[in-house]
Design a protein around this ligand. Structure first.
Ligand code: PAF
Length: 282
């Protein structure tokens, strides 16, 4: 059945208490699995589709970000979404995009958003935009639970901490992490995989391979060196390839658990990220 389309914030009231899956569209099997998982609960599932300008840097892919609404609605329906929220930019940012960008710069962010050497180093301002749009969506939709993929591990940590910092504002909202969905060849699913040429897929597999190699390492330092080596062998330009505390995203010194490997690497103009839980080192 085709989900209800919600275009006005005033039509959201009956959906308060829903299970919510915020997205930027260009839905793939990873999103479908988030929606299916949300639909296994007892609450109706609302998916939002909104390409948020304030989380893109000036030289990033906001204008060319894939917009595939008709196919997205089919995916939402098949995965069990009851409604799809398609806000206009004015609904999210009533004072306009320039004012919104300025507001984002003044937001106070959870500490995990700015841990050195991770996303903030490569995409300054990105998490301010994410926190801004996600908190606005939460306030409009008023969900009881919201599902986020583990592939964007730092984003998941930022949003979880943001909600914990403001329990009253988000009214007891629970954030549910969902496992990364991979292609058979190991590549983590991402809307940006559409930018890859067929000949680049083998190189893109370097991210998941590097993380698998890190899983077998005996020490965090060795894991980082092995990840760098594997990424470079695949012709990827490494932005970071690190082992961090899964919770605080701080560097680990051998005895902290749980830990995660986190990678961002570029293949030409395409930026890819991936992450895996790593074993506990003793
Ligand atoms: O992960 C995403 O697609 C986006 O960052 C989100 C959470 C929908 C906010 O725009």
């Amino acid at each position: 059945m085709r989900p209800d389309l919600i275009e006005e914030a005033s039509s959201l009231a009956p959906w308060s208490g829903c299970a919510f899956v915020p997205t930027m569209g260009a839905l793939h099997e990873g999103h479908a699995s988030l929606i299916r998982s949300a639909a296994r609960g007892s609450r109706p599932v609302v998916v939002s589709i909104f390409v948020n300008p304030t989380q893109f840097g000036p030289s990033e892919d906001y204008a060319r970000y894939p917009r595939t609404l008709e196919a997205d609605l089919v995916t939402c329906a098949a995965a069990g979404a009851a409604a799809v929220f398609l806000p206009a930019i004015e609904t999210i940012y009533p004072r306009g995009i320039d004012a919104a960008r300025e507001d984002a710069a003044h937001l106070s962010l959870p500490a995990v958003a700015t841990q050195p050497g991770l996303e903030d180093a490569c995409r300054p301002g990105h998490f301010a935009g994410v926190v801004q749009v996600v908190s606005r969506l939460f306030e409009l939709v008023r969900p009881a639970v919201a599902h986020f993929g583990e592939k964007d591990w730092q984003q998941l940590r930022v949003i979880t901490d943001m909600v914990e910092m403001h329990p009253t504002r988000f009214d007891g909202l629970r954030i549910v992490p969902e496992p990364t969905v991979r292609e058979d060849n190991g590549l983590a699913m991402s809307s940006r995989n559409r930018y890859l040429e067929p000949g680049q897929i083998e190189a893109a597999r370097g991210l998941s391979r590097a993380l698998q190699v890190a899983c077998a390492a005996q020490h965090p330092g060795t894991a980082e060196a092995l990840m760098h080596g594997t990424l470079e062998e695949h012709g990827l330009e490494v932005q970071y390839a690190v082992v961090r505390s899964a919770q605080s995203l701080m560097p680990v010194h051998g005895f902290e658990a749980p830990t995660r490997g986190l990678i961002a690497a570029k293949l030409g103009n395409v930026r890819l990220i991936d992450t895996m839980a790593l074993p506990i080192w003793r």
